[in-house]
Design a protein. Structure first.
Length: 439
């Protein structure tokens, strides 16, 4: 029989994930049960609308699945309302903004360069920054959220919506303090906990639910479910605005989306049940222990971390000691050596998101595979060796020469014997850890 090229590529991707070590803090490996429903017949059904109010016939079973997903999420977080239909985090943040703001209204969010997300109001390139008046806050000298600045900006600009959330901020978010400031100006508060949901559930990160009106989370990061998102309306949010749940639901559908991805909805229901188990709590605690061990070991190897460490699952290596804009070379060389992460800007980035000066790392995936502190120390040693191997490969000062330099660097690094020797060691260790171990 003729080989199906896509099946072959999927097998190759599975093998790549098994053979390598994944340190991208926003990725994770799903359980076999979540995986099974994602490739089920649920994908073949249109279900525009909400349970009991669909625009297509034949949704009796889809209704049961979506209701179960919603009930489990509501129970898990102790909230009165949940919408599990957003396709992913960016559409979900857009839906919250569409629900709560009118065109041109003011909102505040953590700047991308300080570890926030594009959809938290990044000017120019995003819906959030172009259709609303966006005010961005940042970090203090210790790389922590600058609450004095948050308050000053809030009082000055009187935002209608204030967002607290992160993609590359390694420290705990103080939802209570944020709420107190929002109260002074009467703003709605949205917590985007996409990165830390699993830690919140495990009791390893403050819970935003008592302090914010709306919580948004993707479902594929530390929550360890399918690629999707959920929007939760809290009791505090409903008290403040009794129409809030309705506004959110209408913003998701019909304002911004069409038919929900039912297979994803089923995956969210399964991931929610998994997240209710004691094993998931142990998982969240081990993510943190691994992050502390990795951070300490990297520092022992002489690498500098933004803000001197981590309080969550993620950390940022600040490579400016070696040279500005060195993140791309290190991330690429790590990939050759079998460890994949992403290059990232650091606070007060001297270069650009394309040529940033940092690398972002996180422990959710390696923890799902069952790795512990011992393996974190080994991974840190490998990363330090990689940095040492490529430390002279600095970006040319002349911008016109950079693209060619990167092409040449990539070609050379892909064949670098020292990097490939590390890869062999990585593969040996990775082969001992299946992708999903938390059964
Ligand atoms: N792309 C995600 C991350 O990597 O953090 C955020 O959307």
């Amino acid at each position: 029989m003729k080989k199906n090229i896509i099946f072959e590529l999927v097998k190759k991707e599975e093998a790549r994930q098994r053979q390598m070590i994944g340190l991208i803090p926003s990725e994770n490996h799903i359980s076999p049960e979540v995986s099974a429903v994602l490739s089920s017949s649920l994908s073949s059904k249109y279900a525009e609308g909400y349970p009991g109010r669909r625009y297509y016939e034949g949704n009796q079973i889809i209704d049961e699945i979506e209701n179960l997903a919603k009930e489990r999420i509501k129970k898990l977080f102790g909230v009165p309302h949940a919408n599990v239909q957003p396709y992913s985090g960016s559409p979900a943040n857009s839906a919250v903004q569409f629900a709560l703001l009118e065109l041109g209204d003011t909102m505040m969010g953590l700047a991308l360069a300080s570890g926030g997300h594009l959809t938290h109001g990044h000017p120019k390139v995003t819906f959030s920054g172009r259709y609303f008046r966006s005010v961005q806050y940042g970090l203090d000298d210790r790389a922590r959220i600058d609450f004095d600045q948050v308050r000053e900006l809030a009082l000055k600009h009187q935002p209608k919506l204030m967002i607290i959330g992160n993609t590359a901020y390694p420290f705990l978010m103080d939802f209570k303090k944020f709420r107190e400031i929002a109260e002074e100006v009467g703003a709605y508060v949205l917590a985007d906990i996409s990165h830390v949901t699993g830690l919140v559930i495990a009791g390893e990160h403050p819970n935003p639910v008592p302090y914010v009106d709306v919580v948004m989370s993707t479902t594929h990061k530390t929550f360890r479910g399918p690629r999707g998102a959920m929007i939760l309306v809290t009791a505090a949010g409903l008290k403040r605005d009794p129409e809030l749940s309705d506004k959110i639901d209408k913003a998701v559908f019909p304002a911004l989306q069409g038919g929900p991805h039912n297979a994803t909805t089923a995956g969210i229901a399964i991931a929610a049940a998994e997240a209710m188990t004691p094993a998931f709590k142990r998982y969240g605690k081990q993510i943190r222990r691994n992050a502390d061990a990795l951070a300490a070991a990297l520092q022992k190897q002489g690498l500098k971390l933004v803000g001197d460490g981590t309080e969550t699952h993620l950390m940022l290596i600040d490579l400016t000691n070696y040279g500005q804009g060195f993140g791309l070379q290190v991330a690429f060389a790590m990939d050759v050596a079998g460890i994949y992460a992403n290059r990232n800007t650091i606070p007060h980035e001297p270069m650009s998101p394309f040529y940033p000066s940092g690398v972002r790392l996180g422990t959710p995936m390696v923890t799902t595979r069952g790795m512990k502190e011992k393996e974190m120390r080994q991974i840190a040693a490998w990363i330090a060796r990689v940095v040492e191997i490529v430390k002279d490969e600095q970006l040319p000062a002349d911008k016109k020469l950079r693209q060619q330099f990167i092409r040449d660097f990539r070609a050379k690094a892909s064949k670098n014997k020292q990097l490939l020797a590390i890869r062999k060691e990585v593969e040996k260790m990775a082969s001992k850890f299946p992708l999903f171990t938390w059964k």
